[in-house]
Each structure stands twice: as structure tokens, then as C-alpha cells.
Ligand binder design. Structure first.
Ligand code: NAD
Length: 264
């Protein structure tokens, strides 16, 4: 088997459990020889993340709440103490108050708007700022987004607006860092049942709708996302930056309900 990531090291941010999109990506990277470090949010997650990291040959884990700039500085200082350079970062982080991931967007509170933007969009900027100086030989930064940034998906609300900011950040960051050969891209994943997704109102309906109406007539898995992640983080995508790549069974190209989809 080819080892696309042999000799490459990177940080995975946003692993919560074995359903996480970050897990699908981390597994694929490890399969291809990458050396991985993990940051997790809060002590409570450590007992879930530690055995998963160990499964992928890593004992390099540290805590990092991305809404706290001091915590981000500390996390990157810890990373640098052990590794003098990195090749990639996976940013698989998003959060909003779940009481506002149902009902109407017009009811979004200022506090939750700012928190959602901070954790789900600004954190990519803050992470990139700290990761870039460690990417001495160039690098690849990958974030995760969703179709709710492009079109209205009922209940996705403020998270859709944050994902739009995230996708535009990908473009601006790609332009800033292109001259030092650091690429910044996003995968726009179709709906997948994870901890974060369970906070979205009527998520089961969204899953069913995508399954019935996407060209491939199925939902995607974290392994589908992992494969695309491997492409984005390896030299296979060396000419690609500022891109939002859809891994959604083709759902984003469809304009109306499929003829063979029953009412749900
Ligand atoms: P998940 O719950 O497994 O992962 C979300 C992660 O965000 C968790 O590890 C959580 O600890 C972390 N996080 C939240 N707030 C944080 C903070 N302040 N500091 C540090 N970490 C924080 O769910 P997931 O679905 O794998 O989500 C990963 C990314 O994928 C998110 O950006 C999400 O929006 C995106 N995404 C998910 C789907 C889906 O349907 N599941 C689809 C498209 C995009």
C-alpha cells in the first residue's frame, strides 16, 4: 500500500468519539503513515479520546478550548515542545446553543450569535495563525463545513451563518498563506449522525431527505469524509487551496425532490 502521509505530522482538533468526522479523517491519515497529535475540549473528553489516540499509535494529547486564546497559545506551545514543525491541521470544531438550532433564525440571541461565530468560524483563523509558523515546509489546513452555509436548511440557523463565515475565511486564509505554500481547504460533508449533529432540530428528517434525494441515494459516512480528508491533507491535492469540496453524495447539485423519493 502507498503511504501518502509517511514522514508527515499533524494536529487533529475536534475528536470527541468514534462517530466524529475527525475520527474518520484521523484513521485514514494514520493508515497512510501520518504521525498524529490530538487536542480535545475539556477534561471530561480525555477518557474517550485517549484510547482512540492510542489505537492510532499516539500518546500526544492536550486540552484546548478554542474560544480561549490563552488556551490556544498553551496548546501550540505544548505542540512545539515536542515537534519543531508540523505538516497539517484538521479543524473539526463547531458549537452553538442547541436551543437556537431549532425554530427561527430571526430569534437568534446576540450572545449565542457571538459564541457560535467565535467557536465555529473565528477559531479557524486563530488556529491557522498559530499553526502557520510551525509549517516550515509548507502545509495543509482542513476544516469541516456544511451545505447550510450556502442554502437555507431549516433549524441550522446561526450555524449556517457561522459556516458561511468559515467558508469565506478559508478563501482569505488560503490567499494569505499561499505564498508560503500553506493550503487551506474545507470539506462540506453531508449530514452524519454525531454528537454535534444531534443538537440540530429534526436531524433525522435531514438525514432521510439527503438519503432519498442525493444523486448517490445514500448518506455519506465518516470513512467517505476520511478519504477526502486524506486527499486534502496529502500532496495529492498539492495544487488545491481555498476550496470547499463537497462530500455529500452529490446532494448539493440537486435542485428539487427526486421523482422516486417518497414523501417523508
Ligand atoms: P463531534 O461532536 O464529534 O465534534 C465536534 C467537536 O467540536 C467535538 O470534539 C467538540 O469537543 C468540539 N468543540 C466544540 N466546542 C469546542 C471548543 N470551544 N473548543 C474546542 N473544541 C470544541 O461532531 P462532528 O459532526 O464530527 O463535528 C465536527 C465538524 O464537522 C463540525 O465543524 C461540524 O459542524 C462539521 N460538520 C458536521 C456534519 C455532520 O452532519 N455531522 C456535517 C458537516 C459538517
Amino acid at each position: 500500500m502507498s503511504l501518502l502521509m509517511e514522514g508527515k505530522r499533524g494536529l487533529i482538533m475536534g475528536l470527541a468519539n468514534d462517530k466524529s468526522l475527525a475520527w474518520g479523517i484521523a484513521k485514514k491519515l494514520r493508515e497512510h503513515g501520518a504521525e498524529l497529535a490530538f487536542s480535545y475540549q475539556g477534561e471530561a473528553l480525555l477518557k474517550r479520546v485517549q484510547p482512540l489516540a492510542a489505537e492510532l499509535g499516539s500518546d500526544f494529547l492536550f486540552e484546548c478550548d478554542v474560544s480561549n486564546m490563552d488556551a490556544l497559545d498553551a496548546a501550540f506551545a505544548t505542540l512545539q515542545q515536542r515537534w519543531d514543525s508540523i505538516d497539517f491541521v484538521v479543524h473539526a470544531i463547531g458549537f452553538s446553543d442547541k436551543t437556537e438550532l431549532r425554530g427561527k433564525y430571526v430569534d437568534t440571541s446576540l450572545d449565542n450569535f457571538l459564541m457560535t461565530m467565535n467557536i465555529s468560524a473565528y477559531s479557524l483563523v486563530a488556529v491557522t495563525k498559530r499553526a502557520a509558523p510551525m509549517m516550515r515546509n509548507g502545509g495543509s489546513i482542513l476544516t469541516l463545513t456544511y451545505y447550510g452555509a450556502e442554502k437555507v436548511v431549516p433549524h441550522y440557523n446561526v450555524m449556517g451563518v457561522a459556516k458561511a463565515a468559515l467558508e469565506t475565511s478559508v478563501q482569505y486564509l488560503a490567499n494569505d498563506l499561499g505564498p508560503v505554500n500553506i493550503r487551506v481547504n474545507a470539506i462540506s460533508a453531508g449530514p452524519i449522525k454525531t454528537l454535534a449533529a444531534s443538537g440540530i432540530g429534526d436531524f433525522r428528517y435531514i438525514l432521510k431527505w439527503n438519503e432519498l434525494n442525493s444523486p448517490l441515494r445514500r448518506n455519506v459516512t465518516i470513512d467517505d469524509v476520511g478519504g477526502a480528508g486524506l486527499y486534502m491533507l496529502s500532496d495529492l491535492s498539492s495544487g488545491v487551496t481555498g476550496e470547499v469540496h463537497h462530500v455529500d453524495a452529490g446532494y448539493h447539485v440537486v435542485g428539487m425532490k427526486q421523482e422516486d423519493a417518497p414523501d417523508i
